[in-house]
Design a protein around this ligand. Structure first.
Ligand SMILES: *[C@@H]1O[C@H](CO)[C@@H](O)[C@H](O)[C@H]1NC(C)=O
Ligand SMILES: *[C@@H]1O[C@H](CO)[C@@H](O)[C@H](O)[C@H]1NC(C)=O
Ligand SMILES: *[C@@H]1O[C@H](CO)[C@@H](O)[C@H](O)[C@H]1NC(C)=O
Ligand SMILES: *[C@@H]1O[C@H](CO)[C@@H](O)[C@H](O)[C@H]1NC(C)=O
Ligand SMILES: *[C@@H]1O[C@H](CO)[C@@H](O)[C@H](O)[C@H]1NC(C)=O
Length: 496
């Protein structure tokens, strides 16, 4: 009896310790968007997340190739529904049932660990002019009903990712004055009530960068986590950063309306590295390191000591995103388009970011302005404009990493972007005979601005489909189960 007890306890302890080491950086989430001309293969991205300790991912919609790659990955999923689909979902519960059957149940049964359905994406943003206001709550209710019908009511929770402009504080600007925005106040209460009744969290996106972008007089040190000379004093609390102040404004708004224990998730937070004078590597690193250090310490805010689950925005740059909000929109990644590391980030436990593995590139050739071409050629401006309409030239803009190149390098940058974006195709380096392909790496003459080579998705696709690598993926997924099974069999062995 004695030996049974001790070996059983010992085994439990081993299982417990294994759990700790398997889930080393618990509670680290990231947004994975796929609006890129050349999205990295999902298998490479899943490995990238695991290698960097991300154990939660937020997706903007149900894409089969992405969800398939997350099977048995150990990564928890928040699955988004685009705003454009809200009206359809609101129109009837049958549509929601179809959505849940096809996009949730089907993947859950195949080993995708879906924990949340995020209905809409910042649907009440003021710039949408109430386009999604009426459909959001009915869509949430229909998805919830469909989840219950599918037997997933406990396992999968609904939520709505909201922009931080759904709440505000009065003229004083202190968190304790926080309440929901007047024009949607009653709607917000109905939504929060519904989420609360279903033990679901509220999700909020907080962007100190956008505060700075919108207001050039915004005190810049308040945007980061490193303290400020002019804290916002709210009663006995001094707020030293906009994140705490913003988050606590929501906590106050919830408390004031009777929801003081409502769970909150930070659905998006981050800092872009290009496309604006405040979007650069130093600021992005400073902000994201401040954020990461809080997550590692398990630090909450003055008003709520329990830290929220946080999903960093974003994982990888997306060169096909709309630039309506600004040129920075394509540069939110902590990794570049190819999964390479942009800057050093201390991820805790003596770890820093590690790059994607197994990425294949096109051959080392670039499209540049021909040596004989004249800068005053009448076709040059149109050629640059054409290249930049079909490829991402946001790095050339004011305040960006490639701004201020001389005219020749500027043209070459645009030509090369187009050539790479079109997979180095024959004919993609032909701008009225003003361009030429070179195998000698060209230099832009500006640090931090490079002529890039695009990733070769054709090679990825082949690599992804080989049976050997698929089998390796499955083995990896079962590794943990195998160890548990081994330990369980040892218990049985000792007992008998
Ligand atoms: C599943 O989600 C995708 C992506 O949002 C959508 O296009 C599709 O219509 C959904 N399926 C159903 C049955 O609603
Ligand atoms: C939302 O519903 C209200 C009340 O039914 C209606 O007056 C309003 O026009 C609707 N808004 C939109 C954008 O459809
Ligand atoms: C952290 O990593 C560095 C370099 O890999 C190593 O030299 C150092 O001993 C490590 N420190 C700890 C506390 O593990
Ligand atoms: C550089 O290219 C951009 C296109 O993004 C163009 O607007 C600008 O005029 C060019 N600058 C020079 C100096 O040629
Ligand atoms: C480019 O050069 C070739 C050969 O020199 C010539 O045949 C062609 O017409 C030129 N094309 C343009 C658009 O100038």
């Amino acid at each position: 009896m004695e030996s049974y007890n001790s070996s059983f306890l010992w085994t439990l302890m081993v299982v417990f310790l294994l759990n700790i080491s398997f889930l080393s950086v618990q509670g680290l989430g990231v947004n994975w968007g796929t609006r890129a001309t050349h999205p990295l293969s999902p298998d490479i991205v899943v490995k990238l997340m695991k290698d960097n300790g991300f154990d939660k991912v937020k997706l903007f919609e149900a894409e089969p190739f992405v969800l398939d790659a997350l099977r048995n990955s150990g990564i928890q999923v928040m699955l988004g529904i685009p705003n454009d689909f809200l009206a359809t979902l609101a129109s009837g519960v049958r549509v929601a049932e179809d959505w849940v059957t096809k996009n949730v149940s089907a993947y859950v049964s195949r080993g995708v660990d879906i924990r949340y359905v995020a209905v809409g994406n910042e649907p009440f943003l003021k710039t949408y002019k109430n386009m999604f206001t009426n459909a959001t709550l009915p869509a949430v209710q229909n998805i919830q009903a469909a989840l219950i019908k599918a037997g997933l009511g406990r396992q999968v929770k609904v939520t709505v990712p909201l922009n931080a402009d759904v709440y505000e504080s009065s003229s004083a600007g202190v968190p304790s004055e926080g309440n929901f925005r007047a024009d949607i106040h009653d709607l917000m209460i109905s939504i929060v009530q519904f989420l609360s009744d279903n033990a679901a969290p509220i999700t909020i996106n907080i962007y100190p960068f956008l505060s700075l972008y919108a207001d050039p007089h915004f005190p810049i040190d308040f945007a980061f986590f490193s303290g400020t000379n002019a804290p916002v004093v709210d009663g006995s609390v001094s707020y030293t950063n906009v994140f705490d102040a913003n988050y606590d404004t929501l906590v106050w708004a919830l408390e004031k309306n009777g929801f003081s224990s409502m769970p909150i998730i930070v659905g998006e937070i981050g800092w872009p590295t290009d496309g604006d004078s405040n979007a650069n590597l130093q600021y992005a690193r400073k902000f994201n390191q401040g954020l990461m250090s809080r997550i590692i310490r398990g630090q909450g805010t003055p008003k709520r000591k329990t830290p929220p689950d946080v999903y960093v925005f974003g994982l990888i740059d997306e060169d096909a995103k709309s630039v309506d909000p600004g040129n920075f929109e394509r540069h939110w990644g902590i990794f570049k388009y190819d999964g390479s590391v942009k800057y050093k980030l201390d991820m805790g436990k003596n770890r820093t970011l590690v790059p994607a593995k197994g990425v294949r590139y096109f051959q080392k050739q670039w499209c540049v302005l021909a040596p004989g071409a004249s800068e005053s050629d009448p076709n040059l401006a149109d050629s640059i404009s054409y290249a930049c309409t079909h490829a991402d030239c946001t790095s050339l803009g004011y305040g960006s990493s490639c701004n201020g190149l001389d005219a020749r390098s500027n043209a070459s940058y645009a030509f090369n972007k187009y050539f790479q974006t079109l997979n180095q195709q024959k004919g993609a380096c032909d701008f009225h005979n003003l361009s030429v392909i070179t195998k000698i790496q060209p230099k832009t003459g500006k640090a931090g601005c490079e002529f890039e080579i695009m990733i070769d998705l054709g090679k990825h696709e082949k690599a992804r489909k080989t049976p050997a690598s698929a089998a390796a993926g499955r083995l990896q997924g079962y590794g943990y189960l195998a160890i548990v099974a081994f330990l369980l069999s040892s218990i049985v062995g000792w007992v008998s």
